[in-house]
Design a protein around this ligand. Structure first.
Ligand code: ADP
Length: 508
């Protein structure tokens, strides 16, 4: 199966023949040598031509001298220092032989002519030197930018290439050789590149290259390479179509080794899948724990009332009124348990629980009625503010929060033996637009080092604790637009308090 993906662009553009810069150094040097020889020959032939013409026309020394200097400047601009030096000496020879008396001899009779020849030689040497210095500087700059380019190619794992479709001439940069894992001395060809293409991607790669070279279009292709070692590389190839100086189709492009990126993407995909799985497991775990936690209290209350029921039935004669009361409490607690489960199911379906305008004082009183049997001798003090504004909230969820905070307060007071157990529930106006409910105890107090984790899921200091209560309370209160936090008391114990935004300004 092929993983390659290709894109053929619609536009064709004329490109600068920049392939020389992409060539390996040894090929460049050979080319330069041949160019030097050719320029030397061309310069010498031009000097010979000028000599013939000037000699035939019987022109004086200044004319050929001037024309020779022009040729030397041109050769210096294009060729190497050596070729312009050779051309200069050739010109001096011609000058001395054909134009300086006695002609047809290299001897110079007149000292003035000798000065002229020396002046010519000096001028041509200065020109050659100056031009070659400028060329040297330019070459230095070119070499420097080539070095930067090569470094950038190594760093970005991007090689470059050129391919003249009609001549078949192909050039690869050093990095391209490195990507294909070929010796840079090898003559690069398209076939050589295709040899490294993964067999499963080969048909696609060939199709794209053939199509693009037929239509003369840009192309882009991501495919795999299969190295001799058996390693697989992923490469992204981009090529731009253009015309060479002769107007023939050629491609200049870049090949980028994206193996690392692919591996990273794969690793990321795997870890994302793992994370999603873990998140699902955590959610299921948290949900199970939260059901267990929240249903525990009503169930315990049902069992207590059922036991009480049995005791009243065992009385002689059975106390039917007490039995009826206990059964009513069982029904109430059973309903509360199923209400809690309904809320959790709603939460799963992302349903908004039914919210009504209610008086927080009433919810506090209802909840305290539920826990009264569990107070184990602790003194309950309720300080409820008069004319408390209404809030829009879910009654069952508010009861859940109050129950959790109260049970925690009772747990915190259990180990205390040297002072009275006092549970204080307070309601009051908080700032301009909120109601505050505080549950204060005289228990063991808060551990200053553990304050950060108090509300974290599964954080517990109790041997039989689940560490769910406070995190459930916080998410319920925050779901209502309020805030829940804990503070150590000035004396012993702790205060857990929460705010709920006021729905309308009117008192209850
Ligand atoms: P659990 O009650 O199952 O431990 P919670 O989330 O309700 O889970 O409580 C987490 C922890 O916060 C408790 O184990 C306890 O250490 C601490 N805590 C809660 N309420 C109080 C309190 N009123 N006083 C002191 N510590 C408390």
């Amino acid at each position: 199966m092929s993983t390659g993906s290709a894109k053929i662009a619609n536009e064709t553009s004329v490109i600068v023949p920049a392939t020389v810069g992409l060539m390996p150094r040894h090929r460049n040097q050979r080319r330069q040598l041949w160019r030097g020889v050719a320029q030397c020959l061309a310069g010498s032939m031009t000097i010979a031509f000028i000599t013939c013409v000037c000699f035939e026309l019987r022109l004086n020394v200044p004319t050929p001298t001037f024309l020779y200097l022009i040729v030397i400047v041109v050769v210096s601009l294009q060729g190497s220092f050596l070729s312009s030096a050779i051309v200069s000496f050739f010109a001096v020879g011609c000058l001395a032989y054909y134009f300086v008396p006695p002609i047809f001899s290299f001897r110079v009779g007149n000292p003035t002519d000798l000065v002229a020849i020396i002046a010519f030689l000096t001028t041509s040497a200065v020109i050659t030197r100056l031009v070659s210095r400028v060329r040297q500087l330019m070459q230095e700059k070119l070499r420097q930018s080539e070095a930067y380019l090569s470094e950038a190619q190594i760093l970005s794992h991007t090689g470059s290439f050129g391919w003249n479709v009609s001549t078949g001439e192909t050039t690869w940069s050093d990095e391209t050789f490195r990507i294909f894992e070929y010796d840079p001395a090898t003559k690069p060809t398209v076939e050589l590149g295709l040899k490294r293409v993964h067999p499963h991607d080969l048909t696609l790669v060939k199709e794209v290259i053939e199509g693009a070279s037929h239509d003369g279009r840009d192309w882009q292709l991501e495919h795999r390479l299969l190295m001799l070692s058996g390693a697989i590389k992923h490469v992204d190839v981009v090529a731009r179509a253009g015309k060479d100086q002769a107007g023939k189709l050629e491609f200049i492009g870049a090949i980028r080794d994206v193996t690392e990126r692919k591996r990273g993407e794969e690793a990321l995909r795997k870890s994302q899948a793992k994370l999603a799985h873990t998140a699902r497991l955590t959610t299921v775990g948290e949900l199970t724990a939260s059901i267990a936690h929240e249903v525990n209290q009503p169930l315990a209350a049902v069992v207590t009332n059922a036991n009480a029921c049995l005791r009243w039935l065992d009385h002689e004669p059975p106390n039917v009124d007490e039995v009826r009361d206990a059964v009513r409490r069982i029904v109430r607690d059973g309903n509360r348990g199923s209400d809690v489960i309904a809320r959790i199911r709603g939460l799963l379906k992302k349903e908004q629980p039914p919210r009504t305008r209610l008086n927080v004082n009433e919810v506090v009183q209802e909840t305290m009625a539920l826990v009264r049997v569990d107070l184990h001798g602790a003194a309950l003090r309720t300080e409820l503010a008069d004319l408390l504004p209404q809030v829009k909230a879910d009654r069952v969820q508010l009861q859940q929060v109050l129950l959790n905070l109260t049970m925690n307060a009772m747990d915190a007071m259990k180990p205390v033996t040297d002072r009275p157990h006092v549970l204080r529930i307070q309601t009051k106006h908080h700032e301009a637009r909120a109601v505050l409910v505080a549950v204060q105890d005289s228990g063991i107090g808060l551990n200053p080092k553990g304050m950060e984790q108090l509300f974290e899921t599964f954080h517990t200091t109790k041997p039989d604790g689940l560490g769910m209560g406070l995190s459930i309370c916080r998410s319920i209160i925050e779901g209502h637009g309020g805030r829940l936090w804990a503070e150590p008391n000035e004396g012993a114990g702790a205060t857990f308090q929460f705010t709920l935004p006021i729905e309308s300004a009117g008192p209850a």
